[in-house]
Design a protein around this ligand. Structure first.
Ligand SMILES: [Zn+2]
Length: 374
């Protein structure tokens, strides 16, 4: 081997020291380090039972029928969400997601890009899914949607006890189960999901939001419409400015169970508009502008046929396929990720990592954060 000139050796020494440092980091944590500068805040939004089929392909024409989709006015739905290609259709359905998040951030789970995002709990319904998202692992003890206080400390509860985060974590949901999932009695994380969207309304606007919410029909019992949840959440963001804020939207699942494809699509479109509002509102506030990341996902997928698209659970194996998305300063704009499989359980550690916190260090059962660098 040829001897290298001394000057070249010195030139190589710097990078070598650098590389060996990384090798040490890799061997100590078991996963590659990611050079993502931490953000101050993370906003998390989930769309209950929102299928990857519509996220990546937009409206499916097969379901614009009275029998399969419960759609009585197909031309109207077609005019609103139709398009020649999946790209065109998905952008009509979720314009903020596709024109902003997928361009500036990253999207996981498009099977046509050899990327699968999967639920690992095997049950494929809500509470097990939300536990997996927020605790970072599937727990066989969580096997119903019953009102049982979560035995697991979620990443939200853990963060709420970290220096700089105390009283800076909050959550809103359309589903009444949220306080149980976050075990509010133990975690003390404010979790709005039951009753009025604004607790202790003080301003005229807050009282109006509550009055409006009370005037909506309680169509699904345990789940309220996403509109009051969204208005309540936006108001909370403005008045409390939490560093970690989770919003659990619910209508997509309800309309799908009700076999109303038109209203399922409409709910997805309104959810996308809410996410845009949440993001824009955050960017207008000094605490959030330029130092906030967004994490999006769903609790489970659904069936893939025109018959069982309404359904999910243990008997619908394909409902373990989901989608995830992230965006924020410092997150490389890699767009639609290809050739990369991820799991729902990675969400918790991802939220922590974005804030510069290591959730895996305290919860060894939690999956590693999403790989956000190439
Ligand atoms: Zn459901």
């Amino acid at each position: 081997m040829r001897r290298l000139p001394t000057s070249l050796k010195l030139l190589l020494l710097g990078p070598l020291v650098f590389l060996s440092f990384f090798a040490a980091v890799i061997s100590s944590t078991g996963s590659a380090p990611q050079q993502i500068p931490p953000v101050r805040n993370v906003l998390i939004v989930t769309m209950d039972g929102m299928r990857w089929q519509e996220v990546f392909g937009g409206m499916s024409r097969d379901l614009l029928t009275p029998k399969e989709g419960g759609v009585s006015d197909a031309p109207r739905v077609e005019a609103r969400f139709g398009g020649a290609t999946p790209d065109e259709r998905r952008e009509k359905l979720m314009p903020f997601f596709w024109t902003t998040i997928a361009k500036q951030g990253q999207v996981f789970g498009d099977p046509s890009k050899a990327s699968l995002a999967r639920v690992t709990n095997g049950l494929r319904f809500s509470y097990p899914g939300y536990n997996e998202i927020l605790s970072g692992f599937a727990d066989p003890r969580i096997n119903s949607n019953d009102r049982i206080a979560n035995p697991n400390v979620t990443v939200l509860e853990w963060l709420n006890g970290r220096p700089g985060f105390k009283g800076q974590v909050a959550a809103f949901a359309s589903w009444e189960l949220l306080p149980w999932i976050l075990n509010t009695e133990r975690s003390h994380v404010p979790a709005n999901g039951d009753g009025m969207p604004i607790t202790n309304a003080r301003t005229e606007r807050e009282r109006t939001i509550n009055e409006f919410a009370a005037d909506l029909p309680p169509y699904w019992g345990e789940t309220r419409a996403d509109a009051p949840t969204g208005f309540g959440a936006l108001e909370y963001l403005k008045t409390h400015r939490p560093r970690v804020f989770y919003v659990m939207l619910g209508e997509t699942d309800e309309w799908a169970h009700g076999r109303r494809y038109d209203l399922y699509l409409d709910a997805a479109w309104r959810n996308d508009r809410f996410i845009r509002r949440l993001w824009d509102t955050a960017q207008s506030l000094p605490e959030y502008a330029g130092r906030t990341a967004l994490v999006l996902t769903t609790d489970h997928g659904r069936g893939q046929t025109t018959q069982n698209w309404t359904s999910h659970g243990e008997k619908v194996p394909e409902a373990d396929q989901i989608w995830m998305a992230v965006m924020g300063p410092g997150i490389p704009s890699l767009g639609l990720r290809s050739g990369l499989n991820v799991t729902q359980s990675q969400a918790a550690a991802t939220v922590a990592m974005l804030l510069g916190e290591d959730y895996n260090a305290v919860q060894p059962k939690a999956a590693a954060p999403l790989t956000l660098t190439k």
